[in-house]
Design a protein around this ligand. Sequence first.
Ligand code: GYE
Length: 325
Amino acid sequence: MRRKIIIFLLCLLPLCCFAGCNRAKEEETDEKLIVVGFSQVGSESDWRLANTASMVSALSEENGYHLLFDNAKQRQENQYLAIRNFIQQDVDYIVIAPISETGWESVLAEARAAGIPVILVDRQVNVEDQSLYRSWVGSDFYREGTEATAWIDRQFADRPLRILHLQGTEGATASLMRSKALYDAAETHPSWQIEASLKGDFTEAKGYEVTRDFLSEGGKFDLLYSENDNMTFGAMQAMDEAGITYGEEGTVKIVSFDCVKNALEECLKGKIDLCVECNPLHGPRVDALIKACEAGEELPRLSYVEEIAFSSDTITRELIDSRGY
Ligand code: GYE
C-alpha cells in the first residue's frame, strides 16, 4: 500500500513542477509589463467611449502593459484621488485626460516627486512649470473651431444670423477653444448674433434640457453651434418636440463637433450640416510615446492630430463605413 502511495505521488511530481514553472513564467512576464495608471474624464459622450476603447486596446497585456483604469465621472476631485492612488501603487507611467485646464500643480508635482512620468492626452493643463508633464497628444481644438466658423462664413457671409451656442464642460480645452473660435468670428461678423451660450457639459441629456428650456422661453435661432455630437443629438430631440426643422431642408442649420458614427449618419441624411472631426483614437499614440520614453528618447512636448470636416454634400456611405469610430 505504502509503495502504491509513493508511486502515485511520484507520478504527480512532474505535474506540480509543470504548474510551478508556469507560474514562475507568468510572474516573469508580469514583471516586464509596463504599469500604467490612466485617469479618464468619464463616459459622457460617444467620443469618450471610443477614446476609452482605443486606450484600453492599445495599453493591453499583449502589447506589454498592465493598465489601471479609472473613470473620474466628470469630477476633477476623482482624478486627484485616482492619481494619488497610482502614485501610491508606484506605477511606471501616469496618463491623464484632464477634465479642465486648471488646478493641476499640486498633484502633478506629487507625481514628479515620486519620479513617475506623466503623459497628457486629449485636453490640456494650464501650468507654468512645463516640467510637470512629459508630453501631450490631442486635437487642435481652436483649429477645429475655425474650420467650423469658416464654413459658417461661406454659407452666411455677413447676412444676419442668430446663433445658439451649446458649450461643453467648463474649463475643458475642447470647450474653451471651440468657444473662442466662435467668439472671435462673431467679433469680425457684426451681423452674427450669439443668442445664448448654454452649458451642456458634453452630454446628450444636458444638450436636450438647455435647448428645450431656451425654446420654451421663446428663444429663436438660425444656426446651432454645438461643441459635441451628443449635445447636438439632445438639441435635435428638443427641436423635434418643438416642431422646429433643421438640416439641409430645415430652418435651422447645425454645426457639430466630433464626427462620431451617429452624427455622420445624420449628416448623410442631411440633418446635420457640418460635422467637424475630433479624432479619439489616441491609444496607439500614447503607446508610442511610452515606448519612446522607455527607449530613452526625448518626447515631443505637444503632438496635434490631423482632422477634417464633413458637410452633407461631401459625406458618403463608404466614408462612414470605413471609419473606426
Ligand atoms: O469633443 C467630447 C468629449 O475633450 C475632445 O470631450 C474631448 C471632448 C469631445 O466629451 O465629446
